[in-house]
Design a protein around this ligand. Structure first.
Ligand SMILES: [Zn+2]
Length: 207
């Protein structure tokens, strides 16, 4: 698996595409939690659940079905607790946060394949190209040379692309905000500003 930190970073990158930055902080917290939660299945090792077990590491908790269930719960929770946070891409954002966890795991060069289609199909899948170094599961391993190499590798493959996505999104938001604040000739001549103002808001909200 990539480290939990990198799974969390992936949720921020997805949010930069699908969520307005000023949305309730709870939305971001939910997104990050959904991206990290699948790896709680490592505790299954304590109960003798091997990697072939449905609930074993990278099994059902990494499936698309589980991502769908978790994201629906998160969406319902946010819709009830923070009705103002509703957005047309909110469920999709939550789903991708959870599903992207399995995708990143499937791109790692070690461990076990991912049960994307569990429980219907118990096959564990890897992608044909696997550039991400597999992370140690133990905390000691994480603070070893192996752990540092993994973080450096993840920086290239996940953190940098995420940074690019966030930078582009912020630049587009700034451009939209500036164009909205810029005086429009129609306004000076006393004509209606409704159309350009609506277009400005649309660009600001949806990029
Ligand atoms: Zn995982």
């Amino acid at each position: 698996m990539p480290t939990a930190l990198t799974h969390a970073v992936s949720a921020l990158g997805l949010g930069a595409i699908l969520v307005h930055p000023q949305v309730s902080r709870s939305v971001w917290v939910c997104g990050v939690a959904l991206a990290v939660v699948p790896d709680l299945d490592v505790f299954g090792f304590q109960f003798g659940m091997g990697t072939k077990h449905l609930w074993g590491h990278r099994g059902l908790s990494h499936s698309l079905l589980f991502a769908g269930l978790l994201s629906t719960l998160a969406f319902l929770f946010i819709a009830k607790a923070y009705p103002e946070a509703k957005g047309r891409f909110l469920w999709l954002y939550f789903f991708l946060c959870a599903a992207f966890h399995g995708i990143l795991d499937g791109l790692t060069n070690g461990g076990w394949g991912v049960g994307f289609f569990a429980p219907l199909d118990s096959t564990r899948y890897f992608f044909p190209v696997r550039p991400i170094l597999v992370s140690p599961i133990s905390l000691e391993g994480l603070f070893s040379d192996w752990g540092l190499a993994v973080l450096w590798n993840e920086f290239h493959w996940v953190w940098l692309p995420t940074l690019v996505v966030i930078t582009v999104r912020m630049a587009r938001l700034n451009a939209a905000r500036q164009s909205m604040e810029r005086p429009h000739p129609a306004h000076d001549s006393g004509r209606s500003m409704t159309a350009p103002r609506l277009a400005g808001w649309k660009r600001l909200l949806f990029g």
